[in-house]
Design a protein around this ligand. Sequence first.
Ligand SMILES: Cc1ncc(COP(=O)(O)O)c(C=O)c1O
Length: 381
Amino acid sequence: MPEATIPYGRQWLDDDDVAAVVEVLRGDFLTTGPAVPAFEAALAAATGAAFAVAVNSGTSALHAMYFAAGLGPGDAIITSPLTFAATANAARYLGADVRFVDVEPDTGNLDPALVEAAIDERCKLLVPVDFAGHPAEYDELRALAKRHGLGLVADGAHSLGASYRGRSVGTLADASEVSFHPVKPVTTAEGGAVLTNDAGLARRAAQFRTHGIVKDRSLLELDEGPWWHEQQHLGYNYRLTDVQAALGTSQLAKLERFIARRRVIARAYDEALADLASIELPGRRAHAEPGWHLYVIRTRDPELRRPLFESLQERGLGVQVHYLPVPYHPYYRSLGYRRGEWPVAEDFYRRAISLPIYPRLSDEALGRCIDAVRSAVLELT
Ligand SMILES: Cc1ncc(COP(=O)(O)O)c(C=O)c1O
């Protein structure tokens, strides 16, 4: 019988996670109740951010974060083309444009040296993406944002648990979005959060999550009585449920262990594949402690990528390509973006293959992955 495919990523749920969810199901609250603020407090404690606003996906966290940072119609963000579409889409939801700036060849992160040329008076936010869980160059990006009066807000969907110069992701920008999709560092099934030290930004994001409605009496414009609440701007129903938040708190207690296992797996790949001259291993900068959400190898020859990808699939590896650059999607092409403007991201995309990496990947399965890559590469080259 063929062995089951090993996915590129997946969740790890134990009995205590299930018990945390069941406890909520037996209680009084299903949607937002006490479990959501408890999860938010746990997120703040885990990252060092002063505030966490939990929402129902990483995408809605991006939307709420951009809104709370002041993005609106006619504005523009600067971000990386090497990301999931949501990073750019959330700006489009607010009527803003997206300026894609090319990436660094080693990490695949937004290249600070190229940002300045893309800035004009419409640019409002600089949005680095911590590709594969490797933090972007925050010191340089912060200096650029300051010099040009831009907000610095991060797409940290991959990087909860990672750090940069000893500082935790979630504290490196004016605000950071994180995602709790099942392949991410910890999961709530669907879910996300905005992390920030800025009380006003946190309040605006929280208001956005629930229709723009305010109940806090000190913030009301009118007050006709104890029943009074008011919608102060257009918002959405982006609330996380207590069921999900309970799962999130239970998962978050395991974040360090999960990240430690990802680091062991990354090191094992590094060591076992180092001698294969026809592939390049992921770049890593000395001042970063990546969270290893993804382990992306690149074939030196772009022509080798497809046969290697197919051969790994045949050998039972659920390999993926991260990412088809966002401006290559037909929707973005229809807005006028053209292939060729981001040569480094293009080159990265044409050679990339994501290998399986997730905390529950057993040593035995990891061994199968390593053997598969070694034998496929040696067979094809
Ligand atoms: C870089 C990046 N940003 C944003 C998102 C959106 O997160 P979610 O799937 O939780 O909406 C993802 C999810 O895949 C992502 O990889």
